[in-house]
Design a protein around this ligand. Structure first.
Ligand SMILES: [Zn+2]
Length: 320
């Protein structure tokens, strides 16, 4: 079925679901959501994605992160799984490409290109690997998209040349907290231009985990810093009048154990948070199980855009 027809099908399905709700009959969308069909969520006017390196789901100090806790309680949250090997570039590449590592070919923590040759089917008709930023640019060429990050390696995991603004906030590992704060400062400033998609990456949690250990007091403090940044973002969205039609997507690339995150058995390395919140996410529910490669298709769906064929992740949200 062509994407346009599929969209029409979704609109009709939504209308049927609404009328079914009114007449107290079971909603076709609710019945269909477990059948493997991909149903489109209500589009958001914009998506803000927060990506926190190294924040394993089991390591989140919820009591110390009141702003993240509020996003969770007002939105939908699931414990997702990262891909193997459990390292950064491999998983961020999956986040943005919608492909598993077996297909995108990144195989090292700091891969800058595929270390394993991807199969031809992993590429689109234009010969390029699918990418969230490229896909938004292709379908909405006029839209503003912004990528702000503090780990240089992230620049090799997404198509920075397809973003309206892509900026690496460089510096030493010891300066991560200040640089992470600058990412949100700049993000808040650029929100005034109403970008369709804004990526805010945070590096200090992973960096602190490697220095003092996952779950250490210093690790918890890094989580507190990130939470303060999230609080400023939410306040800024509300002040600008953007909260009600924004979806906030929150993910991490892997967890950790002791001072590392290479893992073959321990679940604390594999489990990561997958959260969708914000005013535009009020009537959603998540379709589990969720893998990190589901992130790009989910964000495209939240924006009302089509999912390109080479992406293998699935849309992780349904209207409820
Ligand atoms: Zn990482």
């Amino acid at each position: 079925m062509k994407p346009v027809r599929f969209s029409l099908f979704c609109v009709i399905s939504s209308a049927l679901a609404f009328s079914a709700c009114v007449s107290n009959n079971p909603s076709p969308i609710q019945e269909g959501s477990g059948s493997g069909k991909v149903l489109r969520a209500v589009p958001a006017a914009r998506v803000v994605m927060i990506g926190v390196d190294g924040l394993g789901a089991r390591w989140i100090p919820w009591d110390e992160m009141p702003n993240l806790t509020r996003l969770r309680d007002e939105g939908v949250f699931a414990v997702a799984r990262c891909h193997r090997p459990t390292a950064s570039a491999i998983n961020w590449k999956s986040v943005f490409s919608g492909l598993p590592p077996e297909l995108h070919g990144y195989n090292l923590w700091n891969s800058q290109k595929p270390g394993i040759e991807p199969p031809a089917c992993a590429f689109g008709p234009d010969g390029a690997m699918p990418d969230l930023f490229s896909e938004i640019r292709r379908q909405r060429p006029e839209a503003q998209t912004v990528s702000l990050y503090t780990w240089g390696g992230l620049g090799f995991c997404h198509a920075t040349n397809a973003a309206s603004v892509a900026r690496h906030f460089g510096g030493t590992a010891g300066e991560y907290a200040a640089r992470d704060a600058s990412v949100f400062d700049e993000g808040l400033r650029l929100l005034a231009d109403k970008p369709l998609f804004l990526l805010l990456y945070q590096g200090q949690v992973d960096s602190t985990g490697h220095a003092t250990g996952w779950g250490s007091p210093e690790y918890t403090n890094a989580c507190r810093n990130v939470d303060a940044n999230i609080g400023r973002l939410v306040d800024g969205l509300r002040t600008l009048g953007l909260w009600d039609d924004t979806a906030v997507v929150f993910v991490a690339d892997h967890g950790g154990l002791d001072k590392g995150h290479g893992g073959k058995e321990d679940i604390r390395v594999f489990e990561v948070p997958f959260l969708v919140s914000g005013g535009a996410a009020r009537r959603l529910r998540l379709r589990e199980p969720i893998l990190l490669m589901d992130t790009a298709p989910t964000i495209l769906s939240l924006l009302g855009l089509d999912i390109p064929n080479p992406m293998r992740g699935r849309v992780a949200v349904d209207p409820s």
